[in-house]
Design a protein around this ligand. Structure first.
Ligand code: FES
Length: 377
């Protein structure tokens, strides 16, 4: 049996969630529902110190995300700091607030990679989901600006029941834009997406059609020797075995939330676990010795059926946040697993998706007003 202190390597991947502020209102945002009550943000100096500590521990990959990281005016300084420390840095952005001049500034400061997210293949749907009338045109312009600056064009689409029928149009748009990498990530149900699950989850029939469209398109790309790469991420809810979430709790990934709370994944804030803050403890103590990060390391915490399962070294019992959201107890096996005693909750969600009728107007959009409603309970 592994104990938490066995084989703990350094956090190789550091996600810096610079802010929860965002000009968009996507109803599947992974930020916490009560983000409006977490409005503290680390200062520039504090972030630079976190980056420095992370790098000293061995972190090599750095993501700047949010919210929308572009609302931080000190982003060029943070990028330059990351470059000086030797990180491979990635900006995960909606493209809103980006300009050609900023793309050039970021390139000069040493940013390695930019990923622009879209909501749909047409302006009407894109802007309705994003909650912004200007979003689509701005995204198109910024995707082009990113490529013009010499970066690969990396586009991300979150796929759900309201845009999944657009798969062929989405792929055509990506090809027309000259995308190098396209990630079609079917919604995973955390944060706002969990609150909106019934209104977002595609039916199995929709999913099968979309996947077939993607496969046909991939074959056409191959026939034409076209270099565009397309990744299609299926939702956990249609799997029979859970994913090895975060490659195991506290194994590779370290997220630092805007207020400095250190988390083993971007959703863990919802768990009834006391997570440490970088303003109070050194990152090394947090990673190796804090109760929060050791909570689900190893396998001694596992109940059955995970404890005696011969797949536990592959999936680590699945996702703790998903177990908590679906069963109220994060110790349970991820209900995605067909061996879980709670797998019926996944089956019920699939059935509900087959009969869902909710429209875009029925979704709860991610904004401060709605967050305050969640905060009030
Ligand atoms: Fe938190 Fe999977 S998202 S453990």
């Amino acid at each position: 049996m592994n104990t938490p202190t066995d084989h703990v390597g350094p956090p190789l991947w550091l996600l810096a969630e610079l802010t929860y502020r965002c000009p968009l209102q996507c109803p599947y945002c992974s930020n916490p529902l009560d983000f409006a009550h977490h409005d503290q943000e680390l200062s520039t100096e504090q972030w630079l110190d976190v980056l420095s500590q992370g790098r000293a521990m061995g972190a090599a990959q750095l993501g700047f995300s949010g919210g929308e990281p572009l609302v931080r005016q000190d982003l060029p300084e943070l990028i330059a700091g990351a470059r000086e420390l030797g990180y491979y840095s990635n900006l995960i952005t909606s493209g809103l607030g980006l300009t050609e001049a900023k793309v050039q500034d970021f390139a000069r400061a040493g940013l390695d990679h930019i990923q622009v997210s879209f909501q749909a293949s047409d302006p009407e749907l894109n802007n309705a989901v994003a909650g912004s009338r200007k979003a689509f045109d701005q995204k198109l312009a910024m995707a082009r600006a990113v490529k013009d600056a010499g970066y690969p064009m990396v586009l991300n689409f979150v796929v759900h029941r309201h845009n999944i029928h657009q798969m062929a149009d989405i792929l055509a748009l990506c090809e027309n834009l000259g995308a190098d990498y396209v990630e079609l990530a079917t919604c995973q149900y955390y944060g706002w997406a969990f609150a909106n699950r019934e209104g977002l989850m595609p039916s199995r029939a929709q999913l099968v059609t979309a996947e077939a469209t993607v496969n046909r398109f991939r074959n056409q790309l191959a026939e034409r020797d076209h270099p565009m790469k397309v990744i299609f991420v299926t939702p956990d809810y249609y799997e029979e075995r859970p994913k090895a979430c975060m490659n195991g709790w506290g194994s590779l990934f370290l997220t630092v939330a805007p207020d400095g709370t250190a988390l083993p994944c971007h959703s863990a804030r919802l768990l009834p676990i006391d997570f440490p803050n970088v303003t109070a403890s050194p990152l090394e103590d947090i990673w190796y010795r804090s109760p929060g990060f050791n909570h689900y390391r190893g396998d001694s915490w596992m109940p059955e059926p995970c404890r005696s399962c011969d797949e536990k070294d592959k999936d680590f019992g699945g996702c703790r946040c998903q177990a908590y959201l679906l069963t109220g107890n994060a110790d349970n096996a991820d209900p995605v697993c067909s061996k879980s005693a709670h797998h019926d909750r996944i089956l019920a969600a699939r059935t509900a998706a087959d009969h869902a009728t909710a429209g875009l107007e029925d979704l709860i959009y991610r904004n401060a007003d709605n967050s305050n409603v969640f905060c009030r309970g």
